[in-house]
Design a protein around this ligand. Structure first.
Ligand SMILES: [Zn+2]
Length: 225
């Protein structure tokens, strides 16, 4: 489980699928990503006091109770599987934010990037600089095109409104805006995206340097679509 902000839906899913939670991965310290951890721990202990639940999170963030603290270059092997995840430092949204990349989930590579890269957007700068965030996004953009991007929020439609506002003549952005509008009208999720789609239609990945990124991020902060 990645970034359980709320234990309820996780417990419902575990129950309906007959699964036991083995590991929690955290990308950063914000409560809407970590708020469910305590309840999941209590539940795991109540089910089996002998069972140790792995709680893996960034070394550079103020998060208590981690069983392992990770940073750039570390590899996490999920318990009882051959799934390994590479840890990537992606400061900017918060100071010690990390992302997890694996080549081995389902049908291809996958990225769990918290609040750094969003579908058609990126996280706000709360603790880091524009320079840091721009570098972090460039690292993620260098992953294989087919990488599934599991970002942590469904912000795609409002992000595309901004993208279409600043790049009104971009056909790929217009096409994605139409597609995502239709998906959201049917209450469908637009996550995961892919790195290839993001490279094509995410304006923040198209910034040539940190200054251009800083300007765009400021525009987005004050944008009311
Ligand atoms: Zn956050």
């Amino acid at each position: 489980m990645v970034d359980p902000g709320d234990a309820g839906p996780v417990l419902d899913h575990l129950k309906s699928e007959g699964l036991r939670l083995e590991a929690i991965l955290l990308t950063h310290h914000h409560t809407d990503h970590t708020g469910g951890v305590d309840d999941l721990l209590v539940h795991a202990f109540a089910n089996d006091p002998q069972h140790s639940l792995a709680i893996i999170g960034p070394a550079g963030e103020p998060i208590g109770g981690l069983t392992r603290r990770v940073t750039q270059g570390d590899i996490v092997v999920l318990p009882d599987t051959d799934i390994s995840l590479h840890v990537i430092d992606v400061p900017g949204h918060t100071a010690g934010h990390v992302a997890y990349f694996t080549e081995q989930v389902d049908n291809g590579p996958a990225l769990f990037c918290g609040d750094t890269l969003f579908a058609a957007g990126c996280g706000r700068l709360f603790e880091g600089t524009a320079e840091q965030m721009w570098s972090s996004l460039q690292k993620l953009a260098a992953l294989p095109d087919e990488t599934a991007v599991y970002c942590a929020h469904e912000y795609t439609l409002s992000n595309l409104k901004f993208a279409a506002h600043i790049l009104p003549n971009d056909r790929a952005i217009q096409a994605r805006f139409q597609q995502v509008s239709a998906q959201r009208a049917r209450s469908e999720a637009t996550v995961p995206s892919t790195i290839g789609i993001e490279r094509q239609t995410n304006p923040f990945l198209q910034c040539k340097n940190a200054d251009a990124f800083a300007t765009m991020r400021k525009q987005k902060d004050s944008f009311r679509g």
